[in-house]
Design a protein around this ligand. Structure first.
Ligand code: CAO
Length: 415
């Protein structure tokens, strides 16, 4: 038995943000019924295709363990079927442009009328306010949520990150909102509305940068490299390159082979408690008790010199040797791992974080499995559904239609 066994999710999500949320819930055992437009489906089925006429990796990697029903929810018959689906499901999730479901005739009030236990969950780009009607994609959210203004090299342009904090990050936030509402429903018997805005989700993940914004009022941010370089701070949290976001200064440093390998680097954190070990490892034992170097405060104005000395050592080792030497000494370091290295990492295969999935059209492909491990709710990653693969099954089992009614719905173009 899985944690969410018995929970039926009406999944009106598309592209990335919403599908990441419902995929997680499917992995925890919910029956996720993905509703797609007949003949069209989720736009990502056809985006960034690597094999002609085959569901893209973009789609397959975001829609595991779901069932697919095609339904024209704007047609009269389609609306009747949707009404029945709403009555039968526990959770409805959508990430359409603002107002799309209201325009279809399914406002929150109407949904509550049909099913008072329904949890209705949405992702939008922005919350209530001047931008609430905007359509939003990943990078817009990264920019509007504070990530881009604080990412990049000091003096350079704002940079977006490859981690999909706007889409997948907000999907995670929504999934937590949904399971919280399910827990609440256990006690009250009532459903509720759950909303997350991508701007809010990104800002939540940039919390430490709002911390720094306020610290600027009382002086420079001494742990930023900018401070050690004597560059004045402006009135907003600046881009901090690869500086550590915490109180222990860290940087990305070159390792052996960096001239040929773009990922031959390590992250190196100068953990205060490990300072003496760091001095020994890098061949600077004289810094251990030197009053100019011995405390974090004395080192902050000299970060370039300090990391220069550390890099003179890391550059003589591979990123994995750095890890092997530093870990036993409690010096936190991390190799810069490429996607290729991650895809081939046996320990990630062993835990199911990287999985091989078989798909009838594309054969075997790699995906990221469930990153959250529940000891009593094991996850088996199943391939994504083909467009409308489960239409008949769902019409029969969930909606309760018979063969004639299914044919009628097909003839009317409702499914
Ligand atoms: N039957 C009938 N109509 C359907 C349907 C179905 N099964 N499924 C979708 N539609 C309709 C919608 O009702 C909508 O119609 P109206 O415009 O008449 O209301 C239409 O299809 C298009 O939906 P959309 O506006 O959501 O899609 P889009 O491609 O224009 O915009 C996106 C995409 C992502 C920008 C927008 O949905 C959005 O801003 N979503 C919220 C934020 C979000 O999640 N963004 C992240 C996406 S991942 O990067």
């Amino acid at each position: 038995m899985q944690a969410l066994d018995g929970i039926k999710i009406l999944d009106f999500t598309h592209v990335q943000s919403g599908p990441t949320c419902t995929q997680l819930l499917a992995w925890f055992g919910a029956d996720v019924i993905k509703v797609e437009r007949p003949g069209v489906g989720d736009a990502t089925r056809g985006q960034l295709r690597d094999i002609p006429k085959v569901d893209s990796l973009y789609f397959t990697m975001l829609n595991h363990n779901k069932r697919s029903i095609t339904l024209n929810s704007k047609s009269e018959k389609g609306k009747k079927i949707l009404t029945k689906l709403i009555a039968e499901c526990d959770v409805m999730v959508e990430n359409f442009a603002p107002g799309a479901l209201d325009r279809m005739g399914f406002s929150w009030e109407k949904i509550q009328e049909i099913n008072s236990r329904m949890i209705y969950a949405s992702i939008k780009g922005f919350g209530p306010g001047p931008y609430e009607d905007c359509k939003v994609y990943e990078n817009v959210a990264q920019c509007a949520g504070g990530a881009a203004s604080t990412t990049g090299i000091f003096g350079g342009v704002p940079i977006v990150t490859g981690a999909q904090i706007g889409d997948s990050g907000t999907g995670l936030h929504l999934a937590l909102g949904i399971v919280t509402a399910l827990y609440h429903r256990e006690k009250t018997g009532c459903g509720q509305r759950v909303t997350t805005a991508m701007q809010d989700g990104v800002l939540n993940l940039c919390r430490v940068k709002l911390r720094d914004q306020q610290r600027l009022d009382t002086g420079p941010l001494r742990e930023y490299s900018q401070f050690s370089e004597g560059i004045e701070f402006g009135n907003a949290t600046p881009r901090a390159g690869n500086d550590s976001g915490g109180g222990q200064p860290g940087r990305i440093l070159k390792c052996k082979g960096w001239e040929q390998d773009p990922d031959a680097y390590t992250y190196f954190i100068t953990q205060a408690a490990a300072w003496k070990n760091i001095c020994d490892v890098i061949g600077k034992p004289e810094w251990k008790d030197d009053p100019d170097w011995a405390t974090p405060e004395t080192r902050l104005p000299k970060l370039n010199e300090m990391f220069g000395a550390i890099e003179a050592w890391t550059i003589s080792k591979t990123k994995f040797e750095v890890m092997e030497i530093c870990n036993p000494l409690n010096i936190p370091v991390g190799p810069i791992l490429s996607m290729k290295e991650l895809a081939e990492e046996p320990s990630l295969r062993a835990t199911g974080t990287i999985v091989e999935v078989n798909h009838p059209q594309r054969g075997t492909y790699l995906s990221v499995g469930c990153p959250i491990k529940l000891s009593d709710s094991p996850v088996s990653v199943e391939r994504s559904p083909l467009l409308g693969e489960h239409t008949e099954q769902i019409l029969r089992e969930v909606v309760g239609l018979d063969d004639d009614q299914i044919t009628e719905a097909r003839d009317a173009g409702a499914v």
